[in-house]
Design a protein around this ligand. Sequence first.
Ligand SMILES: [Cu+2]
Length: 129
Amino acid sequence: MKRYLLGASAVAIAVAGALFVLWPRSVEAQPHLAESGQLRFVLTPASTKSGVNSFDLRITDRAGNPAQGAEVVVEPAMPQMGHTIAPITAGPSEPGHYQVGNVELFMAGQWEITVSLGAERVVIPLLLT
Ligand SMILES: [Cu+2]
């Protein structure tokens, strides 16, 4: 009887461990960094799931000062599938800080987000589930 209980508790611990490892967790949206010739772009998506998304964008020069620029242009695309969506523009909410809402990333998969500020441009890969 004692041995049976020990065996049962070992099984319970193994199951709990497997659940801990395998349980689906929501993926934290990580900041994505990209650099152009003059600027450093950090794009943080609100979500890593397909659907309506929004981006928090912080743009600085190489010294870390907020970028000067009236409008940022965001152009999401899925080049492998030939999808593009209409460019979205946003003005700064404070120097170097842009919030881009209503980004309709309508399907899961590998997106490429082109972000331009004036002549500076980066392409940021974004994988959605
Ligand atoms: Cu697609």
